[in-house]
Design a protein around this ligand. Structure first.
Ligand SMILES: NC(=O)c1ccc[n+]([C@@H]2O[C@H](COP(=O)([O-])OP(=O)(O)OC[C@H]3O[C@@H](n4cnc5c(N)ncnc54)[C@H](O)[C@@H]3O)[C@@H](O)[C@H]2O)c1
Length: 338
Protein backbone atom coordinates (compact mmCIF):
# COMPACT_ATOMS: atom_id res chain seq x y z
CA UNK A 1 0.00 0.00 0.00
CA UNK A 2 1.25 3.44 -0.86
CA UNK A 3 0.78 5.69 2.17
CA UNK A 4 -1.50 8.68 1.66
CA UNK A 5 0.12 11.94 0.75
CA UNK A 6 0.34 14.87 3.10
CA UNK A 7 -1.93 17.68 1.92
CA UNK A 8 1.06 19.98 1.61
CA UNK A 9 2.73 17.65 -0.84
CA UNK A 10 0.04 17.79 -3.38
CA UNK A 11 0.67 21.09 -5.12
CA UNK A 12 3.26 20.72 -7.82
CA UNK A 13 5.92 23.32 -8.19
CA UNK A 14 3.90 26.03 -9.84
CA UNK A 15 6.51 27.41 -12.13
CA UNK A 16 9.38 25.20 -13.06
CA UNK A 17 11.50 27.63 -15.04
CA UNK A 18 12.59 24.64 -17.10
CA UNK A 19 14.93 24.76 -19.97
CA UNK A 20 15.28 21.83 -22.31
CA UNK A 21 18.02 19.38 -21.89
CA UNK A 22 21.71 20.12 -21.62
CA UNK A 23 25.01 18.41 -21.81
CA UNK A 24 27.63 19.17 -19.26
CA UNK A 25 30.79 17.89 -17.71
CA UNK A 26 32.43 17.93 -14.39
CA UNK A 27 36.06 17.51 -15.21
CA UNK A 28 38.51 15.81 -12.98
CA UNK A 29 42.18 16.43 -13.49
CA UNK A 30 43.09 12.77 -13.52
CA UNK A 31 43.08 10.89 -16.75
CA UNK A 32 43.01 7.14 -17.04
CA UNK A 33 44.73 5.29 -14.29
CA UNK A 34 42.73 2.52 -12.77
CA UNK A 35 42.89 -0.73 -14.59
CA UNK A 36 40.70 -0.32 -17.58
CA UNK A 37 38.75 2.64 -16.35
CA UNK A 38 38.94 6.38 -16.55
CA UNK A 39 38.43 8.64 -13.62
CA UNK A 40 36.77 11.56 -15.26
CA UNK A 41 33.17 12.42 -14.59
CA UNK A 42 30.84 13.58 -17.24
CA UNK A 43 27.19 14.17 -17.73
CA UNK A 44 25.27 13.66 -20.88
CA UNK A 45 21.77 14.32 -21.95
CA UNK A 46 19.32 13.59 -24.68
CA UNK A 47 20.15 16.47 -26.96
CA UNK A 48 23.49 16.75 -28.71
CA UNK A 49 24.60 20.14 -27.61
CA UNK A 50 27.94 21.78 -27.07
CA UNK A 51 29.69 21.15 -23.80
CA UNK A 52 28.74 23.14 -20.78
CA UNK A 53 25.25 23.99 -21.80
CA UNK A 54 24.27 23.32 -18.22
CA UNK A 55 24.87 26.92 -17.18
CA UNK A 56 26.28 28.00 -13.87
CA UNK A 57 23.12 29.94 -13.08
CA UNK A 58 19.98 28.18 -14.18
CA UNK A 59 16.51 29.61 -14.24
CA UNK A 60 15.44 26.69 -12.10
CA UNK A 61 14.18 27.68 -8.68
CA UNK A 62 16.23 24.87 -7.18
CA UNK A 63 19.45 26.27 -8.51
CA UNK A 64 18.75 29.60 -6.89
CA UNK A 65 19.31 27.96 -3.55
CA UNK A 66 16.06 29.01 -1.97
CA UNK A 67 14.55 26.68 0.55
CA UNK A 68 10.98 27.79 0.73
CA UNK A 69 8.46 24.99 0.96
CA UNK A 70 5.68 27.20 -0.41
CA UNK A 71 7.68 27.84 -3.56
CA UNK A 72 8.93 24.33 -4.14
CA UNK A 73 6.10 22.04 -3.32
CA UNK A 74 6.34 18.78 -5.12
CA UNK A 75 7.91 15.42 -4.69
CA UNK A 76 11.40 14.18 -5.43
CA UNK A 77 11.45 10.42 -5.97
CA UNK A 78 14.88 8.97 -5.24
CA UNK A 79 15.73 5.36 -6.03
CA UNK A 80 18.63 3.78 -4.18
CA UNK A 81 17.78 6.36 -1.52
CA UNK A 82 19.76 4.65 1.25
CA UNK A 83 22.93 4.42 -0.83
CA UNK A 84 25.76 6.94 -1.11
CA UNK A 85 24.40 9.17 -3.84
CA UNK A 86 20.71 8.51 -3.25
CA UNK A 87 20.88 9.49 0.41
CA UNK A 88 22.78 12.65 -0.46
CA UNK A 89 20.04 13.45 -2.98
CA UNK A 90 17.36 12.86 -0.34
CA UNK A 91 18.96 15.42 1.98
CA UNK A 92 19.66 17.88 -0.84
CA UNK A 93 16.16 17.93 -2.30
CA UNK A 94 14.48 17.88 1.12
CA UNK A 95 16.58 20.88 2.01
CA UNK A 96 15.37 22.65 -1.13
CA UNK A 97 11.80 22.21 0.07
CA UNK A 98 10.67 19.15 -1.83
CA UNK A 99 9.08 16.20 -0.13
CA UNK A 100 11.14 13.13 -0.74
CA UNK A 101 9.95 9.62 -1.39
CA UNK A 102 12.71 7.01 -1.39
CA UNK A 103 12.88 3.55 -2.91
CA UNK A 104 15.52 1.12 -1.66
CA UNK A 105 15.29 -2.57 -0.80
CA UNK A 106 18.78 -2.84 0.75
CA UNK A 107 20.07 -5.04 -2.05
CA UNK A 108 23.55 -3.73 -1.33
CA UNK A 109 23.51 -6.06 1.69
CA UNK A 110 22.78 -8.94 -0.67
CA UNK A 111 25.58 -7.92 -3.06
CA UNK A 112 28.36 -7.30 -0.57
CA UNK A 113 27.26 -8.81 2.74
CA UNK A 114 25.75 -7.45 5.95
CA UNK A 115 28.56 -4.95 6.56
CA UNK A 116 27.57 -3.18 3.33
CA UNK A 117 23.87 -3.04 4.20
CA UNK A 118 22.38 0.42 3.78
CA UNK A 119 19.62 -0.15 6.36
CA UNK A 120 21.44 2.10 8.83
CA UNK A 121 21.34 4.97 6.35
CA UNK A 122 17.67 4.40 5.56
CA UNK A 123 16.93 4.59 9.31
CA UNK A 124 19.05 7.74 9.63
CA UNK A 125 17.08 9.42 6.83
CA UNK A 126 13.79 8.41 8.43
CA UNK A 127 14.98 9.96 11.70
CA UNK A 128 16.62 13.08 10.32
CA UNK A 129 14.81 14.16 7.16
CA UNK A 130 11.40 15.68 7.91
CA UNK A 131 8.62 14.03 5.92
CA UNK A 132 10.91 11.48 4.28
CA UNK A 133 8.98 8.39 3.26
CA UNK A 134 10.67 5.14 2.38
CA UNK A 135 9.46 2.28 0.21
CA UNK A 136 11.19 -1.07 0.39
CA UNK A 137 10.44 -1.75 -3.28
CA UNK A 138 12.62 -3.67 -5.71
CA UNK A 139 12.91 -1.46 -8.81
CA UNK A 140 12.49 -4.62 -10.90
CA UNK A 141 8.95 -5.02 -9.55
CA UNK A 142 7.16 -3.27 -12.41
CA UNK A 143 3.74 -3.36 -10.77
CA UNK A 144 4.90 -2.01 -7.42
CA UNK A 145 6.91 0.75 -9.09
CA UNK A 146 4.00 1.74 -11.27
CA UNK A 147 1.58 1.69 -8.34
CA UNK A 148 3.79 4.08 -6.40
CA UNK A 149 4.33 6.44 -9.33
CA UNK A 150 0.62 6.39 -10.16
CA UNK A 151 -0.24 7.32 -6.58
CA UNK A 152 2.22 10.23 -6.58
CA UNK A 153 1.36 11.16 -10.17
CA UNK A 154 2.09 14.62 -11.47
CA UNK A 155 3.10 15.84 -8.03
CA UNK A 156 6.42 14.24 -8.83
CA UNK A 157 8.73 17.16 -9.58
CA UNK A 158 11.90 15.18 -10.25
CA UNK A 159 13.13 11.57 -10.28
CA UNK A 160 16.70 10.75 -9.29
CA UNK A 161 17.59 7.17 -10.18
CA UNK A 162 20.50 5.84 -8.12
CA UNK A 163 19.46 2.25 -7.37
CA UNK A 164 21.94 -0.13 -8.95
CA UNK A 165 24.25 -3.05 -8.75
CA UNK A 166 27.47 -0.99 -8.78
CA UNK A 167 30.40 -3.46 -9.00
CA UNK A 168 32.28 -4.95 -11.98
CA UNK A 169 33.36 -8.04 -10.07
CA UNK A 170 29.96 -8.75 -8.59
CA UNK A 171 28.28 -8.37 -12.00
CA UNK A 172 30.42 -11.18 -13.37
CA UNK A 173 29.11 -13.46 -10.62
CA UNK A 174 25.46 -12.91 -11.50
CA UNK A 175 25.16 -11.23 -14.91
CA UNK A 176 21.41 -11.81 -15.07
CA UNK A 177 20.80 -10.13 -11.71
CA UNK A 178 23.09 -7.26 -12.64
CA UNK A 179 21.35 -6.70 -15.97
CA UNK A 180 17.87 -7.04 -14.49
CA UNK A 181 18.59 -4.27 -11.98
CA UNK A 182 20.77 -1.90 -13.98
CA UNK A 183 19.16 -2.17 -17.40
CA UNK A 184 15.63 -3.51 -16.86
CA UNK A 185 15.08 -1.64 -13.60
CA UNK A 186 15.96 1.59 -15.37
CA UNK A 187 13.53 0.86 -18.19
CA UNK A 188 10.77 0.12 -15.63
CA UNK A 189 11.36 3.49 -13.99
CA UNK A 190 11.45 5.35 -17.30
CA UNK A 191 8.17 3.78 -18.28
CA UNK A 192 6.60 4.74 -14.95
CA UNK A 193 7.72 8.34 -15.50
CA UNK A 194 6.41 8.36 -19.07
CA UNK A 195 3.06 7.08 -17.86
CA UNK A 196 2.59 8.98 -14.61
CA UNK A 197 4.71 12.17 -14.57
CA UNK A 198 6.09 12.88 -18.06
CA UNK A 199 7.02 16.46 -17.16
CA UNK A 200 9.36 15.38 -14.35
CA UNK A 201 13.10 15.51 -15.12
CA UNK A 202 14.66 12.04 -14.90
CA UNK A 203 18.22 12.07 -13.61
CA UNK A 204 20.22 8.88 -14.05
CA UNK A 205 23.45 8.09 -12.24
CA UNK A 206 25.31 6.51 -15.11
CA UNK A 207 29.03 5.86 -14.97
CA UNK A 208 32.24 6.60 -16.83
CA UNK A 209 32.54 2.82 -17.26
CA UNK A 210 30.36 3.25 -20.34
CA UNK A 211 33.64 4.10 -22.11
CA UNK A 212 35.04 0.68 -21.18
CA UNK A 213 38.79 0.33 -21.67
CA UNK A 214 38.99 2.83 -24.52
CA UNK A 215 40.71 5.38 -22.24
CA UNK A 216 43.61 2.95 -21.95
CA UNK A 217 44.37 3.62 -25.61
CA UNK A 218 45.09 7.25 -24.87
CA UNK A 219 48.74 8.27 -24.85
CA UNK A 220 49.48 7.72 -21.17
CA UNK A 221 52.65 8.85 -19.47
CA UNK A 222 53.77 7.17 -16.30
CA UNK A 223 54.74 9.65 -13.59
CA UNK A 224 56.09 9.06 -10.13
CA UNK A 225 52.73 8.44 -8.49
CA UNK A 226 50.24 8.21 -11.32
CA UNK A 227 49.55 8.03 -15.04
CA UNK A 228 48.69 11.20 -16.96
CA UNK A 229 47.40 11.77 -20.47
CA UNK A 230 50.22 13.23 -22.55
CA UNK A 231 50.17 17.03 -22.43
CA UNK A 232 48.70 18.53 -25.57
CA UNK A 233 46.16 15.76 -26.04
CA UNK A 234 42.60 17.11 -26.31
CA UNK A 235 41.59 15.28 -23.12
CA UNK A 236 44.68 16.28 -21.12
CA UNK A 237 43.47 19.55 -19.73
CA UNK A 238 39.81 18.92 -19.01
CA UNK A 239 39.28 15.18 -18.97
CA UNK A 240 37.26 12.84 -21.15
CA UNK A 241 33.96 13.95 -22.60
CA UNK A 242 31.17 12.34 -24.64
CA UNK A 243 33.12 12.64 -27.85
CA UNK A 244 34.87 9.45 -26.72
CA UNK A 245 33.21 6.46 -28.35
CA UNK A 246 31.50 3.86 -26.18
CA UNK A 247 31.89 1.28 -28.98
CA UNK A 248 34.66 -1.20 -29.62
CA UNK A 249 35.87 -1.60 -26.07
CA UNK A 250 35.82 -4.06 -23.20
CA UNK A 251 33.23 -2.80 -20.74
CA UNK A 252 32.86 -5.54 -18.13
CA UNK A 253 29.44 -7.03 -17.52
CA UNK A 254 28.60 -4.13 -15.22
CA UNK A 255 29.74 -1.58 -17.82
CA UNK A 256 27.53 -3.23 -20.41
CA UNK A 257 24.40 -3.15 -18.24
CA UNK A 258 25.06 0.50 -17.47
CA UNK A 259 25.55 1.28 -21.17
CA UNK A 260 22.15 -0.31 -21.84
CA UNK A 261 20.55 1.86 -19.18
CA UNK A 262 22.43 4.99 -20.26
CA UNK A 263 21.33 4.61 -23.88
CA UNK A 264 17.76 3.87 -22.83
CA UNK A 265 17.66 7.00 -20.67
CA UNK A 266 18.90 9.04 -23.65
CA UNK A 267 16.35 7.35 -25.88
CA UNK A 268 13.41 8.16 -23.60
CA UNK A 269 14.59 11.74 -23.95
CA UNK A 270 15.04 11.75 -27.70
CA UNK A 271 12.24 9.40 -28.72
CA UNK A 272 9.56 10.11 -26.12
CA UNK A 273 10.55 13.67 -25.24
CA UNK A 274 11.12 13.10 -21.52
CA UNK A 275 13.53 15.41 -19.74
CA UNK A 276 16.28 12.91 -19.13
CA UNK A 277 19.95 13.22 -18.23
CA UNK A 278 22.80 10.78 -17.68
CA UNK A 279 25.53 11.80 -15.26
CA UNK A 280 28.56 9.62 -15.95
CA UNK A 281 30.22 9.65 -12.57
CA UNK A 282 33.74 8.44 -11.91
CA UNK A 283 34.58 7.98 -8.23
CA UNK A 284 32.07 9.38 -5.82
CA UNK A 285 32.47 9.39 -2.08
CA UNK A 286 31.00 10.76 1.12
CA UNK A 287 30.22 9.81 4.70
CA UNK A 288 27.13 7.82 3.74
CA UNK A 289 28.91 5.14 1.75
CA UNK A 290 28.56 1.61 3.10
CA UNK A 291 32.06 0.69 1.91
CA UNK A 292 32.91 -2.84 0.82
CA UNK A 293 36.05 -4.33 -0.78
CA UNK A 294 34.26 -4.48 -4.15
CA UNK A 295 32.72 -1.01 -4.04
CA UNK A 296 33.25 2.27 -2.22
CA UNK A 297 37.00 1.99 -1.81
CA UNK A 298 37.55 5.22 0.09
CA UNK A 299 34.89 4.42 2.70
CA UNK A 300 36.32 0.91 2.92
CA UNK A 301 39.86 2.27 3.28
CA UNK A 302 38.69 4.44 6.18
CA UNK A 303 37.03 1.45 7.79
CA UNK A 304 40.27 -0.51 7.49
CA UNK A 305 42.23 2.39 8.97
CA UNK A 306 39.90 2.47 11.98
CA UNK A 307 39.50 -1.26 12.55
CA UNK A 308 43.06 -2.24 11.66
CA UNK A 309 41.94 -4.57 8.87
CA UNK A 310 44.61 -4.82 6.16
CA UNK A 311 43.87 -2.92 2.94
CA UNK A 312 45.19 -4.41 -0.28
CA UNK A 313 46.22 -2.21 -3.19
CA UNK A 314 45.76 -4.19 -6.39
CA UNK A 315 47.82 -3.78 -9.53
CA UNK A 316 49.44 -0.97 -11.49
CA UNK A 317 52.21 -0.41 -8.96
CA UNK A 318 49.84 1.49 -6.70
CA UNK A 319 49.26 4.12 -9.39
CA UNK A 320 45.53 3.49 -9.62
CA UNK A 321 44.83 7.11 -8.87
CA UNK A 322 41.22 8.17 -8.59
CA UNK A 323 39.98 11.69 -8.14
CA UNK A 324 37.05 11.47 -5.78
CA UNK A 325 34.13 13.82 -5.94
CA UNK A 326 31.90 14.33 -2.92
CA UNK A 327 28.42 13.00 -3.57
CA UNK A 328 27.02 16.31 -2.38
CA UNK A 329 28.74 18.15 -5.24
CA UNK A 330 27.18 15.73 -7.69
CA UNK A 331 23.66 16.14 -6.32
CA UNK A 332 24.10 19.91 -6.39
CA UNK A 333 24.53 19.49 -10.14
CA UNK A 334 21.37 17.37 -10.20
CA UNK A 335 19.67 20.35 -8.58
CA UNK A 336 20.93 22.59 -11.35
CA UNK A 337 19.66 20.23 -14.01
CA UNK A 338 16.25 19.76 -12.44
N1 LIG B 1 29.90 5.52 -6.02
C1 LIG B 1 30.58 5.74 -7.11
O1 LIG B 1 31.79 5.95 -7.06
C2 LIG B 1 29.87 5.78 -8.44
C3 LIG B 1 30.62 6.17 -9.56
C4 LIG B 1 29.99 6.20 -10.80
C5 LIG B 1 28.67 5.84 -10.91
N2 LIG B 1 27.96 5.47 -9.80
C6 LIG B 1 26.58 5.09 -9.99
O2 LIG B 1 25.75 5.79 -9.10
C7 LIG B 1 24.68 4.95 -8.67
C8 LIG B 1 24.60 4.94 -7.16
O3 LIG B 1 25.86 4.57 -6.65
P1 LIG B 1 26.12 4.52 -5.10
O4 LIG B 1 27.58 4.62 -4.90
O5 LIG B 1 25.22 5.47 -4.39
O6 LIG B 1 25.68 3.02 -4.80
P2 LIG B 1 25.13 2.39 -3.46
O7 LIG B 1 25.34 0.94 -3.58
O8 LIG B 1 25.70 3.11 -2.27
O9 LIG B 1 23.57 2.72 -3.53
C9 LIG B 1 22.68 2.04 -4.36
C10 LIG B 1 21.46 1.69 -3.54
O10 LIG B 1 20.53 1.02 -4.42
C11 LIG B 1 19.90 -0.01 -3.69
N3 LIG B 1 19.42 -1.02 -4.62
C12 LIG B 1 20.17 -1.88 -5.37
N4 LIG B 1 19.39 -2.66 -6.10
C13 LIG B 1 18.12 -2.27 -5.86
C14 LIG B 1 16.86 -2.72 -6.34
N5 LIG B 1 16.76 -3.72 -7.22
N6 LIG B 1 15.74 -2.09 -5.91
C15 LIG B 1 15.82 -1.09 -5.00
N7 LIG B 1 16.99 -0.63 -4.50
C16 LIG B 1 18.13 -1.23 -4.91
C17 LIG B 1 20.98 -0.54 -2.75
O11 LIG B 1 20.42 -1.20 -1.62
C18 LIG B 1 21.74 0.72 -2.38
O12 LIG B 1 21.28 1.28 -1.16
C19 LIG B 1 24.93 3.59 -9.30
O13 LIG B 1 24.14 3.50 -10.46
C20 LIG B 1 26.38 3.61 -9.67
O14 LIG B 1 26.65 2.82 -10.80
C21 LIG B 1 28.55 5.43 -8.57
Amino acid sequence: MVPPLDGRLVARRAKRGRRGCGTGHIFSNTPVTVGAFPTTVSASCQKNRPLWTVPAALPSALSEGRSNRETFMGIAVVTGSAGLIGSEAVSFFADKGLDVVGIDNDMRGYFFGPKASTAWNRDRLLRQVPGYRHHDIDIRDREAVHRLFAALGRDIAVVIHCAAQPSHDWAAREPATDFSINAMGTEILLEAVRDCCPEAPFIFTSTNKVYGDTPNRLPLEERETRFEVAPGHPYAARGIDETMSIDGSLHSVFGASKVAADVMVQEYGRYFGLKTACFRGGCLTGPNHSGAPLHGFLAYLMRCAITGEPYTVLGYRGKQVRDNIHANDLVAMFGSFS
